[in-house]
Design a protein around this ligand. Structure first.
Ligand SMILES: Cc1cc2nc3c(=O)[nH]c(=O)nc-3n(C[C@H](O)[C@H](O)[C@H](O)COP(=O)(O)O)c2cc1C
Length: 399
């Protein structure tokens, strides 16, 4: 898993958004990251070292001269860091970092750090849009930092515009990207996720329990590993993922059309969507009224998307399908591998606790031409990386 055992330095500056970083730190510590926090003097007016220390179990640094004997903290602290995040980054600190001004613990440590750097600005819209700030941010990008663009919205000062600290989930995605190798750089990965909905009439549909969690985890992992990612998603309760192309679909036919279009130049296709096999033969244009008799629906087959993709597969493209079964999992999944011309099938059983639709974990068996490999239970986030590593191995074996 990407997060485990990584050391992150987090710098907090004098912004009204500083309180959001406390929750961010709390969430990271639960994932087992090692966190060291540096506050600017102004930052310490907005959040206190006491609450941060309680979360990180580490001393919080503010004064560059407040070294323990025998240590030079601003240099020692960053030596083995995996990433340096400034969140929120004020206009003042951004200006200092862009010009190598090292006049406090945060700016001195940033200058001394050789690890990947991520900057999440937060400020008034006019401060953000000011050419001086834009020049400074461009300088930081040219120097190799990753900027998490602020959101547009109502700002604490009452103005509406760009300057709101980016969502924690966006910062986390960029941070994980910054700390990762990028073996999928230059590759296009297309992932399908979630359920399809087959309309009976304008108010009713046939669907399934897919939450989309597995597909979203794969798409997020593909972004972290440097891919150009397209996520074709059915209607789910999850937010669209930032920094990738999100394509929203409703029916199996929509999914078919989107996948055929996106597959043309894809290097990897991962079909984790739960596609309806049957759809109503006709969709009523008006709501079907209740009456005294039973209602029989006539269903017709939908297109077999995995099969169609397998038939059109260009040389070098890797296709990974999913098989969810309640009986004969392995034999059905193995048949699927050959019938659909897929490179690998990820099989999971709805009958196994900890696997399947709505859980945050999964228990799968990977099936390919080399055999059948059952995996231990793991989080869907972690499994996303495992599946992509398997796909990459297949691609490399072909070239
Ligand atoms: C209530 C309040 C809110 C502030 N919010 C921000 C902000 O969101 N972004 C920003 O760049 N500066 C903000 N400032 C101004 C900075 O705190 C000020 O420029 C300070 O010098 C920044 O220093 P630092 O970068 O060393 O933390 C705010 C100031 C006050 C009093």
């Amino acid at each position: 898993m990407i997060g485990l055992s990584k050391k992150i330095i987090i710098g907090i500056t004098g912004s009204i958004a500083a309180f959001k970083t406390i929750q961010f730190i709390s969430d990271l510590t639960k994932e087992d990251y090692e966190i060291e926090v540096i506050l600017t003097e102004a930052g310490s007016r907005f959040v206190t070292p006491v609450s941060i220390q309680a979360l990180t179990k580490k001393r919080v640094y503010i004064d560059v001269f407040d070294d323990d004997p025998g240590t030079i903290t601003h240099v020692d602290l960053v030596k083995d860091a995996d990433a340096f995040l400034v969140m929120p980054a004020s206009a003042t600190t951004i200006a200092k970092l862009a010009h190598g001004i090292a006049d406090n613990m945060l700016t001195a440590a940033y200058l001394a750090a050789t690890c990947p750097k991520v900057i999440a600005p937060a400020m008034n819209v006019h401060m953000f849009e000011n050419p001086v700030t834009q020049r400074n941010l461009k300088q930081l990008v040219d120097d190799g930092a990753l900027i998490v663009d602020p959101d547009v919205g109502l700002l604490a000062c009452g103005d509406v515009g760009k300057g709101k600290l980016a969502k924690a989930s966006d910062v986390k995605m960029i941070l994980e990207y910054a700390m990762s190798e990028h073996p999928l750089k230059g590759y296009k990965v297309v992932v399908s996720a979630g359920p399809t909905q087959e309309a009976i009439d304008p108010v009713r549909f046939i669907s399934n329990h897919s939450s989309g969690k597995m597909g979203y985890a794969i798409a997020k992992a593909a972004f972290t590993l440097g891919a150009d990612v397209t996520l074709v998603s059915g209607q789910v309760a999850l937010s669209p993922l930032p920094f990738i192309k999100n394509v929203s679909i409703t029916s199996a036919q929509d999914l078919y059309e989107a996948m055929i279009e996106e597959a043309q130049d894809a290097d990897f296709i991962i079909m984790s969507a739960a596609v309806a096999d049957y759809t109503p033969a006709t969709t009523a244009t008006e709501k079907i009224k209740k009456n005294d008799s039973d209602l029989t629906l006539s269903l017709k087959k939908t297109k077999d998307i995995l099969y169609e993709l397998g038939q059109k597969k260009p040389k070098g493209q890797i296709i990974c399908g999913f098989a969810m079964e309640t009986t004969d999992l392995i034999s059905n999944a193995t048949k699927k591998l050959t019938k659909k011309n897929a490179d690998l099938i990820i099989a999971n059983s709805l009958r196994t606790a900890g696997a399947g639709f709505k859980t945050d974990t999964n228990i799968v068996t990977i099936i390919d031409q080399d055999g059948i490999r059952p995996l231990e239970i793991m989080s869907k986030d972690e499994l996303g990386f495992v599946i992509l590593a398997e796909c990459l191995k297949k691609r490399e074996a072909q070239s």
